[in-house]
Ligand binder design. Structure first.
Ligand SMILES: Cc1cc2nc3c(=O)[nH]c(=O)nc-3n(C[C@H](O)[C@H](O)[C@H](O)COP(=O)(O)O)c2cc1C
Length: 172
């Protein structure tokens, strides 16, 4: 099978990570993949805030869990969290960030690193104490958070989720 297609097909969302650290050279490749994603009008107005510090990652999920009313909320023991944000005024921000997220996932998978999209921060980011924490991480003040990528080595590698039939057709 074509190598790129095999990478795409075998990627899974991982929801249980080991304590194994991710090497900086691997993170550098993952970020390179992110910034080479396509962006509308090539604006590249996104920003990737890469959290490598376990205490800071924990502070974020605990605060989010507090506002979600879920004491058990966490990021599955992710070793690194990438906060993906973009210019609030750019009407292509959502699409651009989604392209970057997929590049992050596919590059991580190629390196044997598991990943999953974490969605809740986009709905919590404007709560004052969460924004203050994001400010302390250096997330740009004029940016909206669109997604987070959790990264780590998989403790459990999930089975493929079945793909629905009938989601495409060809027209000649
Ligand atoms: C926009 C979006 C939001 C998602 N949010 C979450 C999330 O908050 N937590 C989570 O564990 N997975 C999340 N996922 C992962 C999906 O559940 C997962 O991609 C889907 O079940 C298919 O599984 P697969 O990625 O293993 O193919 C999200 C995926 C997308 C694209």
């Amino acid at each position: 099978m074509n190598h790129v297609l095999e990478n795409i097909i075998t990627r899974r969302s991982v929801r249980s990570f080991t304590d194994q650290a991710i090497k900086q050279e691997d993170l550098d490749q993952i970020i390179t993949a992110a910034i080479y994603a396509p962006s509308g009008m090539n604006r590249q107005s996104w920003h990737f805030t890469v959290l490598r510090n376990k205490e800071k990652i924990q502070a974020l999920y605990e605060l989010m869990g507090k506002h979600l009313g879920n004491q058990n909320y966490n990021f599955y023991n992710a070793q690194v969290m990438i906060i993906v944000s973009n210019d609030r005024e750019n009407r292509n921000s959502v699409a651009d960030c989604a392209c970057a997220m997929q590049n992050i996932f596919l590059m991580a998978h190629e390196l044997g690193i598991g990943s999953v999209w974490i969605n809740q921060l986009k709905d919590l980011q404007d709560i004052a104490e969460i924004r203050t924490l994001l400010d302390s991480f250096g997330v740009p003040a004029d940016h909206q958070v669109y997604a987070m990528a959790a990264l780590g080595y998989a403790e459990v590698y999930p089975e493929a989720r079945p793909r629905k039939k009938g989601s495409y057709h060809f027209v000649d």
